[in-house]
Unconditional design. Structure first.
Length: 285
């Protein structure tokens, strides 16, 4: 295992943070787009992912500035974003421009995750007004995949093998959950156990939320993190509970969701009433 982790760390150090972070963004976007079964054109979900990412990055940067204010408080302020000394030009070294210099990788990664899921949830129910039961998995999965990328890359660049291992473990939990969900979707499409599968899927989702959030929380709290990091971890857990509660109990009472469950796998979702069997192709049944 140590040799495996050392190999991963060496490869990541050769590639660098930003190329892998951008790769993580694209994977998060793909998973969000692929898992979005909202009965709408999938192009219409892109703005939800984009605004959620932008807000998460903004809050992650602002959290870093607040938590590390000693790095900025002694810097002078300037109107121009650059300084010129002879033939040399330096950009974004003075305030307020230093706040926007992302070359230092200055983010609090707890902020990225907590802000992403909170903003996506509020944007979904307040702006899009979509069925949260259809958007719950895209939001959670895309957020956790991005977090796994960040943990592995940051851990490798900072030399923390246990953070890399933690990211790999959380990634394994995500892959296991996806395998179970794909199997349950296959069973539903085959019209197997339709009386109990909706409840079973709710149970699997809850187990996934509890396990993955517990692993993330344990990983973060195992370090001497800043007070604002602790606030982000607290907000993350409260938000996760609210999202899961809303998924299971609130929207279950809404019209057309009480007896139905969404099946993914293609661009057009399949909505199945659990109290009515599928009709045969000849119209019988």
């Amino acid at each position: 295992m140590e040799q495996f982790l050392e190999t991963i760390i060496n490869v990541i150090n050769q590639i660098g943070f930003w190329p892998l972070f951008v790769l993580g963004l694209f994977l998060s976007l793909f998973l969000f787009w692929k898992e979005s079964y909202s009965h709408k054109d999938r192009n219409s979900v892109f703005d939800m992912w984009l605004f959620s990412i932008l807000f998460a990055m903004f809050w992650a940067r602002l959290s870093f500035i607040i938590a590390n204010w000693e790095l900025f408080e002694s810097l002078p302020w300037a109107l121009a974003p650059y300084e010129r000394y002879g033939e040399n030009i330096y950009f974004f070294r003075l305030l307020p421009w230093r706040f926007f210099d992302l070359r230092d990788g200055g983010f609090l990664f707890t902020s990225i995750f907590s802000a992403y899921i909170l903003f996506a949830f509020l944007y979904n129910i307040l702006v899009k007004r979509w069925n949260w039961r259809e958007m719950f998995l895209p939001v959670i999965l895309s957020a956790e995949v991005l977090l796994v990328f960040v943990l592995i890359v940051y851990g490798a660049l900072a030399g923390f093998a246990d953070i890399v291992l933690g990211g790999i473990i959380i990634g394994g939990v995500i892959l296991g959950f996806l395998a179970i969900i794909m199997f349950l979707r296959w069973m539903l499409k085959k019209n197997y156990m339709v009386e109990i599968l909706p409840g079973l899927i709710n149970f699997v989702v809850m187990i996934f939320i509890v396990v993955s959030f517990a692993l993330i929380t344990r990983l973060f709290l195992s370090y001497d993190i800043s007070p604002i990091d602790r606030v982000n971890v607290f907000v993350m857990n409260i938000t996760g509970f609210v999202l899961a509660f809303y998924f299971i109990f609130v929207e279950k009472r809404k019209k057309n969701t009480r007896e139905s469950i969404i099946l993914g796998g293609s661009r057009s979702s399949v909505v199945m009433n659990v109290n009515k069997p599928f009709k045969e192709k000849d119209g019988k049944g």
